[in-house]
Design a binder for this molecule. Sequence first.
Ligand SMILES: *Cc1c(COP(=O)(O)O)cnc(C)c1O
Ligand SMILES: [Zn+2]
Length: 435
Amino acid sequence: MLSELVCFEPGCRARFPLDEVIYTCPQCGGLLEVAYSGDKPDPGSLKKIWRERRMNNSPLDQSGVWRYRELLPFDGNAAGVVTLREGNTPLVNGPRAAAYAGIDSLVFKHQGFNPTGSFKDNGMTCGATQALRVGMRRVACVSTGNTSASMAAYASAAGLQPVIFIPHGNISYGKLSQALEYGARTLQVEANFDQILALVRILAERLGIYLLNSINPFRIEGQKSIIIEMLDQRDWTPPDWIVLPGGNLGNTSAFGKALRELASLGFITRMPRLAVVQAEGAAPFWDLMQSADRAVLRPVENPKTLATAIRIGDPVSWKKALREVECSNGIVARASEQEIADAKAQIGLCGIGCEPASAATLAGIKKLVSAGVIRSGDDVVAVLTGNVLKDPDYIYRYHTGTLQTPAGAPIKPTFGNNPIVVPNDAGKIAELLAK
Ligand SMILES: *Cc1c(COP(=O)(O)O)cnc(C)c1O
Ligand SMILES: [Zn+2]
């Protein structure tokens, strides 16, 4: 298929060639998306080719993103792809989590199995490849989180110089340390997130740095592979629900776009419903869905949640996400800090584990089951977005009963697992373990 960049705004729809270095529409400022045209592939033969590629040892076919390259915007040209064998993430059953939420069964699509431990890798492999294609030497993003970790890894793997800009203070060490290890030049700026974003846009223009922030349409295209791979793993049987956490809403946009494209090409005949879950202290998209007028999203001034990957007050991709939630007859839910923390412990007790933002999925499912929206027999896939080791501090605090909400209220260790100090005495220990 042929591809080009198209402005997302219905009143504009301006078109640009793929190799133009733009991040938003130069005419109206709207978000850009990749649009496909030309000969449609045959779903039957592609399903077969994609399955066969899993047996092939070439790095491109071993990638859970590039295996599906016919649905990516590189017009069949796979030269110069940057891959770290991203994707290939498992579907794992969580019976205990299902029971906790009140449904018969629950499957997790665990994106924490990615090279840098989050789904950002699915998108970043495309973003870094695009940076090479347009001849850039440096790439940048503003983030302290998984985006920085992922961008640093892919840029360094590609021989590009990664530069990350972070707001002074407010640092998450697990993720930041990954970025340092992967060789990112890390600049702490004494300004807030929005000010830094404006600054980076100026610098990108002046110094010829390619921006890999979450509005980058190539990252969104790569993240479509999470859905394509999940359906491939299920032999193309769509679930009733796909549940995911929502922050900047890029992933929601990618999931919906993947489903619409797969439906229009004839890969699936039924649309799953998207359920997006936000944290109560950072839920502008949930607010929007409650209001009668969905034309304007009102940002949350000072977003607060311990699930830092979804601590976003002004989600850049909300317009795209709104379209996808509406197209899929989806829903937006929100969960409290306590609900997220308890859900996370339940996912841990399945032997699975995830980072806090990912656990918003199970917390949201439980609430949607209580509200009668998700029914006990529904076929539900929840996407765990990040690895359990991303935020060990949170885990230790929860289990030892010292975790607090951002407002300072205690979080109850409902499923706490406090380490026990014991004397060097076999008898006493045996007594304790007999209980
Ligand atoms: C980035 C991220 C999210 C939020 O995804 P958006 O596309 O910004 O909505 C959720 N969980 C984890 C672990 C992330 O890294
Ligand atoms: Zn436009």
